[in-house]
Design a protein around this ligand. Structure first.
Ligand SMILES: NC(=O)c1ccc[n+]([C@@H]2O[C@H](COP(=O)([O-])OP(=O)(O)OC[C@H]3O[C@@H](n4cnc5c(N)ncnc54)[C@H](O)[C@@H]3O)[C@@H](O)[C@H]2O)c1
Length: 311
């Protein structure tokens, strides 16, 4: 018996890449899937039904159950229809994986308002939209005595957790969806819902076509070798977080990829200076702070060091 037998899951943006692998593994574990994907270009333009349809076929061919949905997560009302798609086809909803994403990288001084808004709309508002409708549904069901063990898994990124030049729009949205998982978890724990976030590292069109600078480092090895950038390295963590076995995992942020799962912790104090009495003179405060900063306690991990040092 699979880990997700009897569960119904939505994976947004699961027509390709990381989301596709997550959906296929969750289906293999027994879940019924809504394969949501707008089918656009990596910059968010265009649309196609083909990616979602192909994943639905893959799941059905393997004996699983899945239905395609082509709505955009960035539209509040359309996001409601994604939830309804699960309810109409499978009668309930247990799991939401907020994975859909686009990229429009620019240095901050060249970033247009449209590039900023488009990325925020898919990653941040899209995560809010789907989560909002799912949360209302789970709360209502809980009130009626129907305990569904709701699961939210947000897709964050090292860009948001560590910072990556050229991605002020994307990184800000990804930091926000990690924070949103922590906050939503605190709000929904009483309804039996958990919310966590996962930062993937994988070879997809987002890291190959959209960011050619990482493409070479992520190239697939010869067939017999360990393919460390295979997107299927992320799916087992997501499938487990979605399961009843992970009921006590609340508001955590993970990184997954390259055969490794990292537990991440951010924004914790590493040093402090205090004073009792009148407020500091700014220059005196600066002197003391420089002493603390010189101790080298600030985080040194960057996206580059993670990828080059690996697991
Ligand atoms: N690949 C990596 O190493 C990596 C690293 C960090 C974070 N991520 C995140 O993982 C997630 C998946 O990305 P990927 O690498 O698989 O890229 P991908 O481009 O292969 O897949 C993203 C999918 O989202 C879909 N999508 C885009 N906008 C949508 C919308 N408005 N509504 C519904 N679907 C939409 C696209 O059509 C596409 O199929 C993204 O959130 C991305 O930011 C990926």
């Amino acid at each position: 018996m699979g880990l997700l037998e009897g569960k119904v899951a939505i994976v947004t943006g699961s027509g390709r890449g990381v989301g596709r692998a997550e959906a296929l593994v969750m289906a293999r574990e027994g879940a019924k899937l809504v394969i949501n994907d707008l089918g656009g270009h990596f910059d968010g333009t265009g649309q196609s039904r083909t990616p979602a349809e192909e994943v639905v076929h893959e799941i059905r061919n393997a004996g699983g159950e899945a239905v395609a949905n082509y709505e955009s997560v960035s539209d509040f009302k359309a996001a409601r229809r994604i939830i309804e798609c699960a309810l109409d086809n499978f009668g309930k909803l247990n799991i939401v994986v907020n994975n859909a994403g686009i990229l429009r990288d620019r240095m901050i001084f060249n970033m247009s308002e449209e590039d900023f808004d488009a990325v925020i709309a898919v990653h941040l508002k899209g995560t809010f939209n789907v989560t909002r409708h799912a949360a209302a549904y789970w709360r209502e069901q809980h009130k009626n005595g129907n305990f569904l063990n709701g699961r939210i898994i947000n897709t964050t990124s090292d860009s948001g957790l560590l910072g990556n030049p050229g991605q002020a729009n994307y990184g800000a949205a990804k930091a926000a969806v990690a924070a949103m998982a922590i906050i939503v978890d605190r709000e929904l724990a009483r309804y039996g819902v958990t919310a966590n976030a996962v930062a993937p590292i994988a070879r997809t069109r987002m890291t190959v076509d959209a960011t050619p600078q990482t493409a070479a480092a992520m190239a697939a090895p010869a067939a017999s070798d360990f393919d460390r950038f295979d997107p299927f390295h992320i799916a087992p963590l997501v499938a487990w977080l979605a399961s009843d076995d992970a009921k006590d995992v609340h508001g955590e942020v993970f990184r997954a990829g390259m055969g490794t799962v990292w537990l991440m912790k951010g924004w914790h104090s590493v040093a402090k200076i205090s004073r009792k009495g009148p407020p500091w003179e700014p220059a005196a405060l600066g002197t003391q702070l420089k002493e603390e900063l010189a101790k080298g306690l600030s985080a040194k991990e960057s996206m580059g060091t993670v990828m080059s040092q690996g697991a």
